[in-house]
Design a protein around this ligand. Sequence first.
Ligand code: MG
Ligand code: MG
Length: 249
Amino acid sequence: MIEIKSEREIALLKEAGRIVALCHEEMKKQVRPGISTKELNDICEKIILEHGATPSFKGYNGFPSAVCASINEVIVHGIPSSKQILKQGDIIAIDIGACYKGYHGDSAWSYAVGAISKKDELLMQVTHDALFKGLELVREGVHLGDVSAAIGNYATSFGFGVVEEFTGHGVGRNIHEDPPIFNFGVPGTGPILKEGMVLAIEPMVNAGTRKVRILADGWTTVTRDKSKSAHFEHTIVVRKNGYEILTTL
Ligand code: MG
Ligand code: MG
């Protein structure tokens, strides 16, 4: 069942999304060689709490931190640590969720640490653009499979691997709601979008194989071939003639 949110609920989701966007604004300034992922985590957690929200991921299925910080070959669910120091040439995906008055916002962004290789720049750009290739199709009446196919086909056209084990999702009073939103698919299939559906769309794209491995901590998910991975995500609301991004300022 895909919930349709009321405008009252959408206003709360928008405030949750704005708080997440404030964190990303700060991450743009803070991500640099020498900073630890724990420091980045703590900056985000402070911003979230200062705005009357709570970090959505902390304690979710036992996740220990406020945000996920996934460096290089880590695709998703990297656990921030004071021992994990960013180096020039790394790429890092920071996934941030905030819950405001019971409603969640969820957005991930990949960042370059100092100067990065052309190859990594392309990976990040293509993953970002894949998100928007999907988003530009979103409006009432469209099949979700159209959106999924647009994302997947764009990323694979560059020879990149599109992760299949993790998906986007509905967002509302729960951080993860129906439907799962695959980053690959067949046009004309899947649920039909309706105004008021709130969705987190989030391509995870690997420079090499799409295949993943989960490390012994039970969270950290890496590419099987150790190639780098990028991740971009926005929470949006479906409108009659398009969409509105909620995880923005
Ligand atoms: Mg997320
Ligand atoms: Mg998400």
